[in-house]
Ligand binder design. Sequence first.
Ligand code: AMP
Length: 208
Amino acid sequence: MNIVLLGAPGAGKGTQGQKLVEEYGIAHISTGDLLRAAVKAQSELGKKAKEYMDAGQLVPDQLVIDLVKERLAQPDAQKGFMLDGFPRNIAQAETLDGELKGMGVELDAALLVDVPFDVIVERLSSRRTCRACGYTAPAGTDTCPRCGGEMYQRDDDKPETIAKRLDTYQNQTQPLIDYYKGHGILKAVDGNRAVDEVYVDVKKVLGA
Ligand code: AMP
């Protein structure tokens, strides 16, 4: 199963993705997580990426594409993968198509987790993320329910940056919905429900 996850920041892509990964043993490739790890490690790439991330803008395509290519070549991705947060614009989607073609691999689905914008703003403002494992939950607990790590508010989940990220999403990422519709692989679920209810639908639309 090779999937691309689509949806606004905070739509629940990561949460649904994690469930699919746990159930089907496919590789979870989150460019946001890869970039945050690079920033934390203060690598050259991390230093370059940080200023864009802090501003709620997309990191330049080539930096992200190199990260994804490297990750797709790893052994665990050969069983199937789920791309979370990539592609983020049409150029990245086209590059991905070319890469996958070269690898002899096809995308089975682009899964859209659809949530109204007012709900997204509310969710992102109250979102806390685990420093250790990346688990996300609404504000209210300082300890990660999954691994016991520290929950914190990502800098880009602060109100000024949220508005910019949503703007970036609307202008650059939303056109991917039509792109994948045109390729006949778009599958959409209503993400404005409880996590487990959404997941039932996810499996249904994926035929999993
Ligand atoms: P996310 O965790 O997916 O919300 O990503 C956090 C930030 O990382 C985004 O706001 C971007 O600055 C950057 N980022 C993540 N994925 C990509 C991508 N595919 N292309 C460019 N920038 C990205």
